[in-house]
Ligand binder design. Structure first.
Ligand code: NBG
Length: 828
């Protein structure tokens, strides 16, 4: 049964080729665009031409709603959310726009009349991979919910020419390929050169007295570049509203330095252009560990400066004086990447708009709030002073002044406590001096939030403990959420259809209140049958895709056990592998063992410079090579690495999953959002008490969640007592057997020592305590295998998981941001 929630909607102008939603109007519109926008004859049109013509057709229908957001932005009584993020991982636009507008079925019919298949056109879209993982995808879910709730919002970021690399797997190793997503154009964006801003870099500052005799500071940069915005409309589900994603591209102010050109130095003339355009060229592909590259800081400053100039422009258009800027905008810092905005707003207000420091500071603190996205210490951004002052000399002075005033306040509160002042200082004086961006963000923000309860608690107790001591009221928690529009309606139309048949379609926009209405149906055998049928079809679809992409055949009846996320030691994909090897050893010992057949499906990218993560990918592939072919295994275990995990592929994977692997070391995963997508699609979770797992388990009930592993306290305790991973190896025969088999080169006959670095690290250091959690994990997996054999019970739990996911909609998160942080009344 196919979903009807993504079906047709009648409109007033049914047959208008620009706006109408009838099949005829849509077909006419596509043909018009083939002619007027693409200048093609239909017979000559390529698949991309058809895709672009369809995209324009859909876009036309969104523009009708643009006017409403423009009105809201112009209305001085409405506060606007400015969401600053170096990453937005939006995923493909077309499918999402179709369900939002309610024209999916009619578009399918219209393109069919043109002899085309909608699925082919959807596949044509290059996904804008302008993010690494959770952080960027969170920003995308929040844009969706802001629009859905009718909150006027601008997402500000960078229009990277190359997004996150696309991943190929060769011989089991990750190979990175440049992501040329703009190669064939991008029909979703509107180029707005008239809104360009200029951004300065480098040079020096000069002090002078203005005509009123006040000391002023002038920044004399040695490089000026231009930021040009591109707007992408973010549709609001079935509403006359949109959000705007405004991404900035860097360009040279003057394409040619004519003076240099005239004296014959052509290369110097284009040099300027090359350097300027480099700024928005490529997304840094690291998920967490920080890198400290000049270009990275230049990117951060670039987009943040453009964004603030743009917001000030909007505020002034509203006819308001700058001292009420904070009434127009609430600005959220998505992690510390945009934290330089604090110094930039101060500079704009004080230097450019002539405001008193203390007034400017009050506005700044009212405007900003900061979301911390990770506790990993290697991920806390720090910029070394010499190199910071080289790029942003004026901002360094401003940061010194902010710090000076802040530390004075600290000393007033805690006289004599010099160590407190030095711990809180924005400038880290230890060794190589550097600027701690998290401190800058915390000093300037009226609210600081973590992204899951446990994460906010740990944030307050560790990384920002001293800030929490002096400003306890600034700290709030907002647990992450994900949008049910993309992650259920669009990705899993079969489930959406079943849900609609049972409880109507209000759950799509009122997930929190409505979805629990399916809970009673968990006890209805007929409904459970239909539920299983949906899962079965989704699994078969994924199995086909896996075969197409990897050549592996997987049995659709096996338990689909899935771990998809960035590859990182803290996420412990290699713990999952140890389980696979343990099962393999059991089968080898007793080939007739009655075992629950499983397909282990992995996916995720490793940062190109992260050797251990890349080795983990190779480990998964090598273990798969041996296990998948072993006749004793007889297909009961299959291990596949799904290449190039991204939003598009995620949309195929989550709906087919039955077991969600959320097995990070407790205290390391800030929240996780994949965990929510899996549960919303009916997978059961095996997980640790980490991130949002804790709250997911509370919500679905401990009896419906496979919990294992050490808690944060137990881990700290074990470190305190002295952790010796080798002892676990020596005392646990099953574990020893698995590790020894890896050491022996059984899975890497072509290079027997391949995994020695990984194994040595586990036995000697094991910073993520895999060995300490190993046995608990295996025991828990054994319970999973047993539970799967009772399909009625499993299905019941699956239904209850979905029914109890209400609070993990990003609509709930955004409502909380509106209330606790932005002081803004949302419309919905
Ligand atoms: C990630 C965390 C995840 C979290 C997302 C979104 C970074 C820096 N942080 O646990 O690792 O779910 O942010 O909040 O990518």
């Amino acid at each position: 049964m196919e979903a009807t929630v993504i079906g047709a909607q009648a409109t007033k102008n049914e047959n208008d080729a620009r706006r109408g939603n009838s099949v005829a109007a849509i077909r006419k519109s596509i043909l018009d665009h083939i002619h007027f926008s693409q200048a093609r004859l239909p017979v000559m049109a390529t698949p991309n031409d058809w895709y672009v013509a369809l995209a324009y057709t859909v876009r036309d229908r969104m523009f009708g709603h643009w006017i409403n957001v423009v009105q809201a932005i112009a209305d001085p009584r409405r506060k606007i959310v400015g969401y600053l993020s170096a990453e937005f991982l939006m995923g493909p636009h077309l499918g999402n726009a179709l369900i939002s507008l309610g024209i999916y079925d009619n578009v399918r019919a219209a393109v069919a009349q043109l002899g085309l298949d909608l699925d082919d056109l959807l596949a044509q879209e290059e996904e804008p991979g302008l993010g690494n993982g959770g952080l960027g995808r969170l920003a995308a879910c929040y844009m969706d919910s802001l629009a859905a709730l009718g909150v006027p919002a601008l997402g500000y970021g960078i229009r990277y020419e190359f997004g996150i690399f696309s991943q190929k797997i060769r011989d089991g190793w990750q190979v990175e390929k440049t992501d040329k997503w703009l190669r064939l154009g991008n029909p979703w964006e509107i180029h707005r050169p008239e809104l360009s801003c200029t951004v300065n870099f480098g040079g020096r500052t000069e002090w002078f007295h203005d005509e009123r005799g006040r000391l002023r500071i002038k920044w004399i940069p040695n490089r000026v570049i231009k930021g040009v915005p591109y707007d992408t409309p973010i549709p609001a589900f079935r509403k006359d509203f949109i959000g705007i994603l405004r991404l900035w591209k860097s360009e040279a102010v003057e394409s040619f330095d004519f003076q240099a050109f005239n004296v014959g130095d052509y290369y110097k003339a284009v040099d300027e252009k090359v350097v300027s355009e480099t700024v928005s060229k490529v997304l840094y592909p690291n998920d967490e560990p920080e890198i400290g590259k000049t270009l990275r800081l230049a990117q951060q400053y670039f987009f943040v400066s453009c964004a603030l100039q743009d917001m000030i422009r909007i505020h002034l258009i509203r006819g308001k004086a700058l001292d009420t800027f904070h009434e127009s905008f609430a600005v959220q810092l998505n992690d510390t990447h945009p934290a330089i905005a604090v110094a930039e707003l101060m500079r704009l207000l004080v230097d450019e708009h002539d405001m008193e420091w203390s007034d400017a500071w009050t506005i700044t603190q009212n405007v900003f709030s900061y979301t911390n996205q990770t506790l990993l210490s290697e991920a806390l951004e720090k910029w070394s002073l010499p190199f910071f002052s080289h790029l942003l000399p004026r901002h360094l002075e401003i940061i010194y002044e902010i710090n000076h005033r802040f530390l004075e306040e600290v000393r007033r509160r805690a006289p004599g406590d010099d160590s407190l002042a030095s711990r809180l200082s924005i400038i880290d004086d230890g060794g190589q001096k550097s600027i701690r961006m998290a401190h800058l963000a915390s000093v300037a923000s009226h609210r600081i939030n973590g992204v899951a309860e446990i994460h906010t608690k740990l944030l307050s107790q560790t990384v920002l403990r001293d800030f929490h001591d002096i400003y306890p009221d600034r700290f709030v928690n907002v647990t992450n959420g994900v949008t049910p529009r993309r992650w259920m309606v669009l990705s899993n139309p079969k489930l959406a259809g079943l849900l609609e048949g049972a409880i109507g379609d209000r759950w799509i926009c009122r997930f929190e209140e409505e979805i629990e209405k399916i809970a009673p149906l968990a006890d209805d055998p007929e409904f459970r049958n239909q539920w299983r049928e949906v899962k079965r079809e989704n699994k078969a679809g994924l199995a086909r895709l896996i075969h197409e992409r990897t050549g592996n055949t997987i049995d659709s009846d096996a338990l689909f056990d899935v771990q998809v996320k960035r590859i990182h030691e803290y996420k412990r994909q290699h713990l999952n592998v140890l389980h696979i090897i343990t099962l393999y050893n059991r089968i080898k010992r007793n080939p007739n063992l009655d075992i629950t057949p499983r397909a282990f499906i992995f996916g995720g990218k490793a940062a190109p410079g992260y050797a251990m993560a890349k080795l983990i990918i190779k480990l998964i592939s090598d273990v798969g090579e041996v296990v998948n072919r072993d006749p004793d295994v007889a297909g009961r275990l299959k291990v596949v690495f799904f290449p190039n995990f991204n939003v598009k592929n995620g949309q195929m994977i989550y709906p087919a999953a039955e077991l969600s692997e959320q097995i990070s070391t407790a205290g390391k995963e800030a929240s996780g959002t994949g965990n929510m997508k899996f549960s919303m699609n009916g997978a059961l979770t095996i997980g640790t008490l980490d991130g949002a797992n804790v709250e997911i388990r509370e919500a679905v009930g401990s009896e419906n969640f496979f919990l294992f592993g050490l808690t944060v306290d137990q881990i700290n305790d074990l470190w305190g007592r002295g952790y010796n991973p080798r002892r676990y190896y020596e005392e646990n025969a099953q574990l020893r057997e698995a590790i020894d088999l890896l050491y022996s080169g059984h899975f890497s006959p072509d290079h027997r020592a391949r995994f020695v670095p990984l194994l040595d690290s586990l036995l000697n250091h094991d910073p993520y305590m895999l060995l300490a959690d190993y046995q608990a994990y295996i025991n828990c997996q054994d319970q999973v295998a047993a539970a799967y054999r009772n399909q009625e019970k499993w299905t019941r739990i699956s239904i209850l998981n979905v029914a109890r996911m209400g609070r993990f909609s990003s609509d709930r998160s955004i409502r909380e941001y509106c209330k606790k942080i932005w002081e803004l009344r949302q419309e919905a």
